[in-house]
Design a protein around this ligand. Structure first.
Ligand SMILES: NC(=O)c1ccc[n+]([C@@H]2O[C@H](COP(=O)([O-])OP(=O)(O)OC[C@H]3O[C@@H](n4cnc5c(N)ncnc54)[C@H](OP(=O)(O)O)[C@@H]3O)[C@@H](O)[C@H]2O)c1
Length: 324
């Protein structure tokens, strides 16, 4: 029987258990997929810990790429053997084989491997909506991105550079400085050592930046507000260091007429057409070398506990995949 990671209670990485599961046949609007590579994302740790609640017991994981084994009777877009990828609910991507709704899948073009696709969907689509839809990043602008050496961070600077924008990045250790530099960050600040807000003000000659992209959350929120220009945009898209404290609109926002948004990927790619178009844009950038992806580590399905430990202890130097 295929194996899947199941959580029966919330907690640390030790709650990730490997179990045999029965898969069955797809319903009319579903496809049955053998996963060949699974994306490891920070959001998986929120689901595991209970920060983002799930009904338990539950599978875990949102992103994978694989080959179709069987299609439901209404499915027209896909056939058996197609290479596909997906990155959204229903949860349960940490599995060898599973059934998913056809509408969440995208078809992979020639030249995009299953491993690459499993690192690109969540992180690429997040970058896509962050710099094209949440904020329309323009040539000549300099913005700030936190956790520059992380999965989303590596794609973000490369994409921003391809538009003609510059990015200041923060990293949590000295060894991540070179990773951020390789990915195109114009300035890199080690925020474990230096006050990033002061450094950003120095770099921008006291002007501040027009936008901050903050997936770190609790630890960086106030500093991020302080280095925004008047009418700047604060994009809080994650909480790697913990969820945000309540925002004091008068003190935090009114003082510089700032804009604050807390976006989520699902609100930007709302139907199969938008999803396929967004994914195709990313695949094209990768195929033409505008975005280069280096997978930093591969884990077996039986090693997911270690994968979560490494991710949460900030050891990873970029995107990682699980090979089931
Ligand atoms: N809203 C959305 O639609 C959406 C979609 C995808 C991802 N996200 C968010 O985007 C962020 C990046 O995701 P990712 O999967 O690419 O992860 P990642 O950036 O590879 O990993 C998170 C990074 O956060 C930094 N960090 C700072 N304080 C931390 C702490 N106390 N504990 C752990 N890490 C800490 C670490 O980098 P340093 O060591 O350099 O500080 C770590 O590498 C996450 O917050 C994720 O939830 C949001």
């Amino acid at each position: 029987m295929p194996k899947s990671i199941i959580i029966r209670s919330n907690g640390g990485p030790e709650v990730l258990g490997i179990e045999d599961v029965k898969v069955g046949s797809p319903g009319p609007d579903e496809i049955k997929v053998t996963n060949h590579a699974i994306g490891l994302n920070f959001i998986d740790t929120y689901h595991r810990s209970g920060l983002y609640p799930l009904k338990l017991p539950s599978g875990i994981g949102l992103e994978a790429a694989g080959k179709i084994d069987e299609v439901g009777s209404n499915v027209k877009r896909f056939s058996k053997g197609d290479h596909i990828a997906y990155a959204s609910m229903p949860i349960g991507a940490y599995s060898q084989q599973r059934i998913i709704p056809e509408k969440i899948a995208v078809k992979l073009p020639e030249g995009i491997s299953l491993k690459l696709a499993a690192t690109l969907m969540t992180k690429g689509l997040t970058t896509h909506y962050l710099l094209k839809q949440t904020y329309s990043l323009k040539a000549g602008e300099t913005v700030l991105f936190h956790a520059a050496a992380g999965g989303v961070g590596q794609i973000f600077a490369q994409w921003a550079n391809s538009i003609g924008a510059k990015v200041i990045g923060t990293v949590g250790s000295e060894e991540k400085i070179s990773v951020a530099r390789e990915n195109g960050y114009a300035h890199i600040i080690n925020y474990s050592k230096d006050d990033f807000a002061k450094e950003v003000m120095k770099i921008t000659k006291n002007e501040g930046v027009p936008a901050v992209f903050d997936g770190v959350g609790k630890k960086t929120f106030q500093g991020s507000l302080s280095c925004l220009k008047p009418r700047g945009v604060m994009i809080s898209f994650g909480n790697a260091s913990g969820p945000l404290d309540p925002v004091n609109v008068f003190k935090d926002i009114q003082s510089k007429s700032l804009y604050l948004t807390r976006p989520t990927i699902g609100h930007f790619f709302t139907n199969p057409k938008e999803l396929q178009a967004g994914a195709d844009e990313i695949f094209e950038k990768v195929k033409f070398g505008k975005i280069k992806i280096k997978i930093s580590k591969e884990y077996k399905l039986s090693e997911v506990t270690q994968a979560h430990r490494d991710l949460e202890s900030r050891k990873l130097l970029g995107p990682a995949v699980i090979i089931p």
